[in-house]
Write a protein that binds this ligand. Structure first.
Ligand code: NAD
Length: 436
């Protein structure tokens, strides 16, 4: 498993869990040292126990030794990062470095599996890179390149990997397909979940999935903003449309915009590919722009209520992670909100059940942001409670206590967690997304 991040570590561990012998490689020595010492670099429910169990059983190991990693497996999964480059395309340097490293060292048949989210055409580039390395050393060794995009969700990654909705395999090589069928057989015992297709369709499927989900979110966010203007309640509208089976309930929650390491970059990368091929996706342009604006929607509400100048104000922030059950703050709406509040002179007291160490790493000793040990400690003396991440523990707070603790009794709810009447009954002013 090349790349031991959210995807590589979870995939490697779950593959070990069903009995495979897995060696996880990373170039980040700190990460590998931590894993070797029994630590886990990310927060993901169920992962720590599963890692320990499989390390104990000798099926899961970690290394920075590329020679050992290439020698280890007939299957080489590439699960390295594909961050955005300057013009919005996916930066492929890590994927290509991994491919070259395999080509330089392999001595027998390998199936190279692209698990990272990569633009259409990447499998061809990976194949060319490996072929070039082989021919440079005069070696003739057969290999296959397969696309196997990963659909796991951060916060439920182990569960998703162990019980996938579908497993997409893009390949044109029967031997490689058979080998992946065998790898994934334990994860689909009650019904066939493997969708075998051509490589380009598999590569596009991953972007299409994330683009669709991001589109639903931006659609609901824009509709919520309209509901604000119209005096309608987006929560009623959500129920009114979600109950239509053609629409369904998922990803219809208005809020402060999507974040994380995937949607923002994948929407941009898909758009980049589409433009390159002369088929720009106007919808995705709008989805991205709507999301950028939505991340500041709560700040707009704060400024409308309290004025542009927030000097001397303090805000309690509940939630820093881009979504619950993870400590990931990549592209998190909290970061935009914190920056906007601080830029207007405010101070922020943040609480998050798991992401505070990550926030400390990002913000260092910045005086304008401090951390509270409990949600209520954050609220104490603040000029408003700002709810950003829908952690379970924020869902049913004691509004009377919040009312007593706040200096200014304002609640800005970026996830529509509360019943407006209930919050108001405690003497608080309540501002949500798209609710009167
Ligand atoms: N995070 C998710 O929820 C998720 C879900 C599905 C797909 N993906 C995709 O999977 C890929 C990985 O995402 P992630 O969130 O796990 O990234 P990550 O940043 O958490 O991990 C990537 C890891 O790869 C390592 N790496 C980079 N170059 C390397 C090399 N040459 N050899 C070995 N290791 C190397 C990095 O040090 C890092 O630890 C991305 O393409 C992403 O879009 C992510």
């Amino acid at each position: 498993m090349i790349g031991t991040g959210y995807v590589g570590l979870v995939s490697g561990t779950c593959l070990a869990e069903v009995g495979n012998d897995v060696l996880c490689l990373d170039v980040d020595t700190r990460k590998i040292d931590m894993l070797k010492a029994g630590g886990v670099p990310i927060h993901e429910p169920g992962l720590q126990d599963m890692i320990h169990r499989n390390v104990e059983a000798g099926r899961l190991r970690f290394t920075t030794d590329v020679d050992a990693a290439v020698a280890h497996g007939s299957l080489q999964f590439i699960a390295v990062g594909t961050p955005p480059d300057e013009d919005g395309g996916a930066d492929m340097q890590h994927v290509m470095a991994a491919a070259a490293a395999i080509g330089r060292r392999m001595t027998d048949y390998k199936v190279i599996v692209d698990k990272s989210t990569v633009p259409v055409g990447t499998a061809d580039r990976v194949r060319e890179t490996i072929a070039a390395e082989l021919s440079a050393r005069g070696a003739k060794i057969p290999f296959a390149v397969v696309s196997n995009p990963e659909f796991l969700k951060e916060g439920a990654a182990v569960e998703d990997f162990m019980r996938p909705d579908r497993i997409v395999i893009g390949a044109d090589d029967d031997r490689a397909i058979a080998s992946l069928r065998a790898v994934y057989a334990p994860f689909q015992r009650n019904r066939e979940r493997l969708l075998v297709m051509d490589v380009r369709s598999a590569e596009l499927t991953k972007y299409a999935a994330n683009a669709m989900l991001a589109t639903r979110i931006s659609f609901m966010n824009e509709l919520a903003n309209l509901a604000d203007a119209l005096g309608a309640d987006i929560e009623c509208v959500r129920q009114g449309i979600g109950s239509d089976p053609r629409i369904g309930w998922h990803f219809l929650y208005p809020g402060v915009g999507y974040g994380g390491s995937c949607f923002p970059k994948d929407v941009k990368a898909l758009q980049h590919t589409a433009t390159q091929f002369g088929r720009p996706l106007r919808i995705m342009e709008a989805v991205g722009a709507a999301n950028d604006a939505q991340k500041l929607r709560l700040v707009e509400k704060i400024v409308t209520r309290l004025g542009e100048n927030l000097a001397g104000r303090a805000f309690a922030l509940w939630g820093l992670a881009f979504k619950p059950n993870t400590d990931d703050m990549r592209e998190a709406p909290s970061r935009e909100i914190i920056a906007a509040l601080i830029a207007r002179g405010a101070r922020v007291v943040a609480y998050d059940p798991v992401a505070m160490p990550e926030a400390r790493r990002l913000y260092g000793d910045a005086a304008s942001i401090t951390y509270a040990a409990t949600p209520m400690e954050a609220v104490s003396g603040a000029d408003g409670l700002v709810v950003i991440t829908e952690w379970q523990e924020f869902r049913s707070p004691d509004f009377d206590s919040i009312g007593r603790a706040l200096r200014t009794p304002l609640v800005f709810d970026g996830r529509n967690l509360y019943e407006p009447a209930q919050v108001r009954a405690a003497g608080l002013e309540y501002f949500a997304i798209g609710r009167p």
